[in-house]
Design a protein around this ligand. Structure first.
Ligand SMILES: C[S@@+](CC[C@H](N)C(=O)[O-])C[C@H]1O[C@@H](n2cnc3c(N)ncnc32)[C@H](O)[C@@H]1O
Length: 231
């Protein structure tokens, strides 16, 4: 089996959770780099086929080499393209966008929304692992009509990472600043006493104490969190 980092294992776990049908469908890994996620999806039979997209030729070649070496040449395709450009989505697809900045993720999803009909998007699950700008990503997803199915966290080589699983339902909602910055699903897990989430919130609180000086959304989220914590 292809070895994965703790962070990529977390991403794969969300792909497993998204794979609800008895017959697995397609997994599309946007920004596949080394192709590790795609290889594991086929090894574990979470996917019947995989598509890797890469904006750069070098990582695309790496993905292709990994898939060929693992014997999955006939069940995989690799494209050098920007996001999902030229890859029409299909019912049941699971789209992974991991290890990228939040603004890049938003750009890729918003173009996919324009290029594919909403009826298709409703049957596609997105597994997102933003490296930064989480509050902007969550706000974008909520106001665009996505529903948060789950959010997980992990601690990998001294860094916390989070991973969202979302589906498009066309129901637009507005998040509070606290929900945007801490995550609606993680707030629920925290209130249920989840130890891992409590550790993550401890880390976020320290980070936000510094960032709130220049960011009014974070300042408001931190104040809201402190108020709710006292209740
Ligand atoms: C830091 S790596 C993360 C790789 C892998 N997804 C992971 O989580 O370990 C980001 C990769 O995304 C690719 N990338 C960045 N923007 C992209 C875009 N708009 N479309 C496709 N690939 C992109 C980069 O070339 C790079 O290989």
């Amino acid at each position: 089996m292809q070895n994965l980092t703790v962070r990529l294992e977390m991403v794969l776990e969300q792909v497993r959770a998204a794979c609800k049908d008895p017959v697995p469908g397609r997994v599309i890994d946007v920004g596949s780099d080394h192709g590790y996620i795609a290889v594991r999806c086929l090894e574990e039979e979470i996917a019947s086929s995989v598509i890797c997209t890469e904006i750069h030729r070098g990582p695309a070649q790496r993905s292709e080499d990994a898939l060929v070496e693992a014997g999955f040449e006939d069940r995989s395709e690799v494209y050098v393209t920007d996001g999902l450009k030229g890859v029409p989505l299909m019912n049941g697809d699971i789209v992974v966008i991991a290890g990228m900045g939040g603004l890049n993720i938003i750009d890729i999803i918003s173009r996919a929304l324009k290029d594919n009909g909403y009826h298709i998007l409703e049957n596609v699950t997105f597994v997102l692992q933003p490296q930064k700008s989480n509050e902007i990503v969550r706000n974008y997803l909520a106001k665009t009509g996505f529903v948060f199915e789950d959010e997980s966290i992990c601690y990998d080589r001294d860094i916390f990472y989070n991973c969202l699983r979302v589906v498009f339902k066309g129901i637009c909602t507005a998040l509070t600043d606290e929900e945007a910055c801490y995550g609606p699903v993680l707030l629920r897990k925290y209130s249920e006493g989840d130890k891992e989430t409590a550790d993550y919130f401890g880390h976020l609180n320290s980070l936000f104490e510094i960032r709130q000086r220049s960011n009014p959304v974070i300042r408001s989220a931190l104040e809201e969190r402190k108020r709710n914590e006292c209740q």
